[in-house]
Design a protein around this ligand. Sequence first.
Ligand code: OAD
Length: 244
Amino acid sequence: MYRNIVVLTGAGISAESGIRTFRDQDGLWEQHHIEDVATPEGYAKDIALVERFYNNRWTQLHSGEVCENLAHIALAKLEAEFEGNLLVITQNVDDLHERAGSRRLLHMHGELSKGRCPKSLQTFILREPFGPENCCTCCIPAMRLRPHIVWFGEMPFGMDRIHDALDRCDLFIAIGTSGTVYPAAGFVDSANHHGAQTVEVNLVAPDRHSQFQYHFTGKAGDIMPQLVDNILQGKTIGSESISS
Ligand code: OAD
């Protein structure tokens, strides 16, 4: 029976909802240079290019064509029914966890649905895509909102809360993340160090360097419903096999 669970999600959990990952075949980083669209320097050089990159993704998210999938729904069920502590940390900037009903959620890389005043750092819900007219209401003169996204070279959000949760978790589950971007890639080490069971759910089998103790290979939407049901029934990982 677990008491403190931390879940880390990455782009793979939203793949079955039709949102492209970054590093898989056809991933976003195959068609865009990270330094152009995901760094403060890229934004300073060409605001319109960066806004177009995030606006395309914002438009997809608000098109009515994407919705939460079984893996997001399973995590929302875990939050609703688990009697211990749970924190879902997502690297994703979409809002599919919220749409499924998750509330104990931390967007460590920011949120596509928000813009941020570069001066006051206040965030605003984006009712329309970015553009010169999309400005803050906190400054005079009003400032052009920047994407509320953590770019390379910037500090992710909520690191103190994340480290507190990792220090006391007894189960750490990483779902659909390639483990290539720090600090998120180091969370498994931290959880191992504090004696937690560490579990990876990924479409591809782990390599021999994996730090995770347990692996479930397959689609998150196939694996998570049963994994969550097992946890809610008080079973520990390893006592039950899960097939995808
Ligand atoms: P990646 O694109 O690096 O990795 C996606 C992972 O999901 C891969 O390991 C896939 O094997 C796995 N995957 C794909 N489909 C899946 C499915 N249906 N079920 C389970 N697993 C699946 O995405 P992230 O690890 O999230 O940061 O990338 C981390 C960060 O790098 C992102 O937050 C973003 C990016 O640069 C910023 O933009 C700051």
